[in-house]
Write a protein that binds this ligand. Structure first.
Ligand code: PEP
Ligand code: MN
Length: 365
């Protein structure tokens, strides 16, 4: 994947784990000032101050942001805290205004990332501009869309890039406002080496309780920072009142998180090296067994061909799924993992056998 400049190279003095905090929405100059003052009093000054200026709301009629006026209030942040600021942009006009007011970092929201037209419009407005851009995951768990938005920025010369993991909308799972689906940020990091992903527990959880647990998981998984909505009087916030925390609570949370060491720049110790060698060995065995299993599958394929049998036999499939899942669960493997594993093996087997049938010479009757 394409190289890009990491957070430490954005020229803003930022490091990882990057802590971003500030209100969901800028509401009034007094609100911004009060949040800044409390951050300072609590000794909880984030590295980057966030504020929504234009709010993409699900339904019309609710508070849609204060607009350009709010960009002027960002001077209050610079004055009290002397830290860079970031705002969400959703179209070319927002970009133009944010740049006019010298916003240091832009972010693209989840509702915008889903729309390649909007993302491209923002990219065109940024052609030739040197500003870092952070891209939230799209509402739906589509890795390609997320990567695509990052690529659209990269293609116009934005090489200071990061991603924000804010969870995915899910009609059924109501434990979260947006389900974390941790494999997504991890896949993104795998697909685009060196891409830093900031976790946004506020929009994942949607409530104050549970934020800490999600933030800790993000650090355990090796994500690169946290964006946490912070307000001096959360209950009275004009948007996302349920999920914002006070600067004092933010301080408590940050102090209690166990920030893990990134391994990349460190030589792993002896113990870890030994354990990794054990995993390498087991993976080799797993591959040998899979190879053997597929050789048997091919023999079954040949037999089915000979006897004019269909590849997919639903009774057998059901029996395999149920018995193996039960056995796996007894071995403390999760049911979800067992089902995904078996689906994947079965799909490969069926495809192999169907290919065998397609490519074989027809059997003379
Ligand atoms: C926000 O950060 O306030 C916001 C609107 O987030 P998202 O795009 O993740 O919904
Ligand atoms: Mn919000």
């Amino acid at each position: 994947m394409k190289p890009h400049k990491q957070i430490k190279d954005w020229g803003l003095g930022l490091t990882t784990p990057l802590i971003i905090a500030g209100p969901c929405s800028a509401e009034t100059p007094e609100q911004i000032e009060q949040i800044c003052k409390e951050m300072k009093e609590e000794n909880m000054v984030p590295q980057l101050f966030r504020a929504g200026i234009w709010k993409p709301r699900t339904r019309p009629g609710s508070f849609e942001g204060v607009g350009e006026e709010g960009l002027k209030w960002m001077e209050i942040v610079r004055h009290h805290l002397n830290i860079p600021i970031t705002v969400e942009v959703g179209n070319a006009a927002h970009v133009e205004l944010a740049l006019k007011h010298k916003v240091d970092v832009l972010w693209i929201g989840a509702r915008t990332t889903v729309n390649p037209f909007a993302v491209q419009e923002i990219a065109e407005a940024l052609r030739g501009v040197d500003v870092p851009v952070m891209i939230k995951n799209p509402m739906n768990p589509d890795l390609e869309l997320w990567i695509g938005a990052l690529e659209r920025m990269y293609a116009v010369g934005i090489d200071k890039l990061a991603a924000i993991h804010r969870g995915f909308s899910d009609a059924y799972d109501k434990r979260f406002r947006n389900k974390p689906n941790w494999s997504m940020p991890i896949h993104l990091k795998r697909e685009w080496t060196g891409m830093e992903v900031i976790n946004d527990p506020s929009h994942i959880v949607g409530r104050r309780d549970g934020l800490l647990e999600v933030a800790q998981s993000a650090m355990n998984f090796g994500l690169d920072g946290l964006m946490i909505e912070t307000h001096h009087d959360p209950d009275k916030a004009w948007s996302d009142a349920k999920q914002q925390v006070t600067p004092a609570r933010l301080k408590e949370m940050i102090d209690s998180i166990d920030f893990k060491q990134p391994l990349e720049n460190m030589k792993p110790d002896e113990k870890l090296q030994d354990l990794r060698r054990a995993v390498d060995h087991l993976d080799d065995q797993l591959l040998d067994i899979l190879q053997e299993r597929f050789a048997v599958i091919d023999q079954i394929g040949a037999h089915k061909r000979e006897h004019h049998l269909t590849v997919f036999q639903s009774d057998r499939w059901k029996e395999v799924m149920e018995s193996r899942t039960q056995k796996g669960v007894k071995k403390h493997l999760s049911e979800k993992f067992m089902k995904e594993l078996l689906y994947s093996i079965h799909e490969e087997s069926v495809k192999r056998q169907e290919k065998q049938l397609r490519e074989a010479e027809p059997i003379k009757k």
